[in-house]
Design a protein around this ligand. Structure first.
Ligand code: IMP
Ligand code: MG
Length: 178
């Protein structure tokens, strides 16, 4: 399976690259207004949010630092309830205004775990910013402060989201054809 040919032929576009570009700028502007004058610590959740985070932080008109946390909670197309930290945050979190950047909130377990994990390190505040919100799949109530798009209960790939590690490089969000 080589990148482009495989990926592009098997995916139906759900959200175009242009729609993503516009929406990410909007959300970036909203965060910039809300955190004006503050010193923000962005914590991006790897691997899925690497593209969203890269675009979002470049649209922020804010002084901020960016750090990463790597968690695993997912095998194939079934989310597992148990989340594990694979690699932790290096920046000091105490007293910081933290914004967690996540690719997608599905059942809600991952984001709930992350909020609890990061809260233990005593930040001043925590907000969450997700690229996609699969609201209809929620099993765990979790606060989503910023989101770019709400989607239905489809398994999606692209713009950082993967299926078994593939498809992350697609510039749009799509659904794998049956
Ligand atoms: P949750 O714990 O059920 O909210 O699952 C969230 C995690 O599952 C996300 O961080 C994604 O890595 C992954 N995930 C959930 N839905 C999808 C999807 O449609 N495509 C790709 N990854 C997904
Ligand atoms: Mg993820």
């Amino acid at each position: 399976m080589t990148g482009k040919q495989y990926s592009y032929n098997n995916v139906d576009v759900l959200i175009s690259a242009e729609d993503i570009r516009k929406k990410v700028l909007e959300v970036g502007a909203q965060i910039s207004r809300d955190y004006e004058g503050k010193n923000v610590l962005i914590i991006a959740v790897l691997n899925g949010s690497f593209i969203f985070c890269a675009d979002l932080v470049r649209s922020l008109d804010l002084e901020c630092k960016v750090d990463f946390i790597s968690v695993s909670s997912y095998i194939g197309t079934q989310t597992q309830g148990n989340v594990k930290v694979i690699s932790g945050i290096k920046e000091d979190i105490i007293g910081k205004d933290v914004v967690i950047i996540e690719d997608i909130v599905d059942r809600g377990f991952t984001l709930d775990f992350l909020i609890k994990e990061i809260s233990l390190k005593k930040p001043k505040s925590i907000k969450t910013c997700v690229f996609l919100d699969k609201k209809c799949a929620r099993e765990k109530e979790v606060a989503v402060d910023y989101s770019c798009f709400e989607i239905g209960n489809d398994f999606v790939v692209g713009y950082g989201l993967d299926y078994n590690g593939f498809f992350r490089q697609l510039p749009y969000v799509g659904k794998i054809k049956e």
